[in-house]
Design a protein around this ligand. Structure first.
Ligand SMILES: [Zn+2]
Length: 109
């Protein structure tokens, strides 16, 4: 059997949470955009929850590619706060950017 090849866009991973000092839940979002081109703390991004599914969209990539947002699985209701995490989603970004490297001039500085 083929692995979900017909799925237009698969889930990218699971949304991760942590708790701050006051015990409030904080969502950890990827610090890089899905294509690995931009650091989301510097570029503009938008995080929305659609049908219970967090989407983190890179506004810079949104202009030239349709597949510009992370699709993460939420295991809890969306918390009030969110922080960016470079480490947590690093492997996901890395596999993405390697794919991008073979299909364009994505030379990294
Ligand atoms: Zn981007």
């Amino acid at each position: 059997m083929d692995r979900q090849l017909l799925e237009p866009s698969q889930m990218d991973g699971k949304l991760t949470y942590m708790y701050d000092k006051t015990g409030r839940q904080v969502a950890l979002l990827p610090a890089r955009c899905k294509l690995g081109r931009h650091t989301l703390g510097h570029s503009q991004f938008r995080a929305v929850v659609r049908d219970g599914e967090p989407h983190i969209s890179c506004l810079a990539c949104a202009t030239d590619t349709a597949d510009h947002f992370w699709r993460l699985t939420a295991t809890a209701p969306a918390p009030d706060r969110a922080e960016l995490s470079e480490e947590l989603y690093f492997d996901l970004v890395r596999s993405r950017s390697q794919t991008a490297l073979t299909s364009g001039d994505g030379r990294r500085a």
